[in-house]
Design a protein around this ligand. Structure first.
Ligand code: PMP
Length: 315
C-alpha cells in the first residue's frame, strides 16, 4: 500500500501525523528555504528515478547559508533520508519531494539569528504541472524580487508570495503562466520555472544576475543541448519584446519539466506549436530522467518502492 509520508523531527511517519505549532517562526515569517524534486516512475523496470537529488541538496545548503539556517545532516545523509522516505511511501507513479530547512522554534520577532532550525521532508504523488502541449503566458505586472530585497538564488519560502501573486494574476486573466520581469525590465523567469528562447539555432536564457533561481532543470537542458545536439546557450538579458520575436520559447523546472511556450501576451511564438528544438530537447530530457539514457545515469538516484513486508531500499 502506498502512503504520503514525511520525515519530521528525525522520524519517518505518515504525512498526516507531521504537524507544526501555529507559532512556528517559519509559519509566522516565512523563515525557511526549500527544494522541490521529482521521482519519475519507470514502469518497465519498476523503479522511481529521483532526479539530481544531490544537486538539489547542494542548492538547499546554499540557500540555508545565505539565510543563516543550519542544515545539520550532510548531503549524503539527506540523499539517504530521501531515498528511504520514497521507498517507504511505496508509490508506483511520479512523485514530488519537498525538503524544507526552517526556523522551527515557536518565537516572535523577525530575525534569522537566535531561533532554532530543523529539517523536514515529505513525498506526495504528482503528475503534470503544466500542459505539455504548450502554454500561453502573460508578462506579469508583478516584478521579480531583487537580490537586494530577497535573493532569488536562495529558494526562500517567503519569496514565493512573489510567484503566487504573478501566477494568480496570470490564471485570473486566462493565461497558463506568468513571466516576471526584474526591476530593470529584463525578463527574469516564470512563477516556478526558468525561461529560454531559441533564436537562430541558439538557446538564450537570462543570467543569474537577472534575479533568477539557478534552476537544476535549466542546467540539465543546457548540458543536453550542448552534448547531444551541439546547440550553444548564451546567458544574457532578454527584453520583453524579444520574447515576441523568438523562433521558439520554453520553460524549465522540476514541476514543469520542459514546457513549450506557444503564446506570450497574445502574440503567437513561432508556428504556435512546440518548436523543433524544444521537442528534441524535451525528448532527450524525458529519456534521461526516466533512466533510459545510460550517459545521464549519474543524475539519478534509483529507488525501488517498498513492497508489502519488505523494507524499501535504494535499487
Ligand atoms: N524559478 C523558480 C522561481 C522556481 O520556483 C523553480 C522551481 N524550483 C525554477 C525556477 C526551476 O528550478 P528547478 O529546475 O531547479 O526546479
Amino acid at each position: 500500500m502506498s502512503e504520503r509520508m514525511a520525515y519530521f523531527q528525525g522520524q519517518f511517519m505518515p504525512l498526516s501525523e507531521a504537524k507544526i505549532g501555529i507559532m512556528t517562526h517559519a509559519f509566522l515569517y516565512g523563515t525557511a528555504c526549500f527544494e522541490g524534486l521529482r521521482g519519475n516512475w519507470n514502469q518497465d523496470d519498476g523503479t522511481l528515478y529521483l532526479f539530481r537529488t544531490k544537486e538539489h541538496y547542494q542548492r538547499l545548503r546554499r540557500s540555508s547559508m545565505i539565510l543563516g539556517i543550519k542544515l545539520a545532516p550532510s548531503d549524503d545523509e539527506l540523499c539517504d533520508i530521501t531515498a528511504e522516505l520514497v521507498a517507504r511511501a511505496g508509490f508506483t507513479e511520479d512523485v514530488y519531494i519537498r525538503p524544507i530547512a526552517y526556523k522551527s522554534e515557536e518565537a516572535i520577532g523577525p530575525r534569522m539569528h537566535d531561533v532554532a532550525d530543523d529539517f523536514l521532508c515529505f513525498v506526495i504523488p504528482f503528475g503534470n504541472y503544466l500542459d505539455d502541449q504548450g502554454i500561453r503566458c502573460m508578462t506579469s505586472t508583478w516584478r521579480r524580487v531583487d537580490d537586494l530585497g530577497i535573493p532569488a538564488r536562495a529558494k526562500v519560502n517567503g519569496l514565493y508570495i512573489n510567484s503566487a501573486l504573478a501566477k494568480t494574476e496570470a490564471l485570473e486573466n486566462g493565461f497558463d503562466e506568468a513571466i516576471m520581469l526584474d526591476d530593470r525590465g529584463h525578463v527574469s523567469e516564470g512563477s516556478g520555472e526558468n525561461i529560454f528562447i531559441v533564436r537562430d539555432g541558439k538557446l538564450i536564457t537570462p543570467p543569474p544576475s537577472d534575479n533568477i533561481l539557478e534552476g537544476i532543470t535549466r542546467d540539465s537542458v543546457i548540458t543536453i543541448a550542448h552534448d547531444e545536439f551541439g546547440i550553444p546557450t548564451v546567458e544574457r538579458s532578454i527584453d520583453r519584446s524579444e520574447l515576441y520575436v523568438a523562433d521558439e520559447c520554453f520553460m524549465t523546472g522540476t514541476a514543469a519539466h520542459l514546457t513549450a511556450v506557444i503564446e506570450v501576451d497574445r502574440r503567437t511564438i513561432g508556428s504556435g506549436l512546440p518548436g523543433d528544438v524544444t521537442k528534441r530537447l524535451h525528448g532527450r530530457y524525458y529519456d534521461a530522467m526516466h533512466g533510459r539514457e545510460e550517459k545521464y545515469a549519474k543524475w539519478l538516484l534509483p529507488v525501488k518502492p517498498q513492497v508489502a513486508g519488505r523494507q524499501g531500499v535504494k535499487a
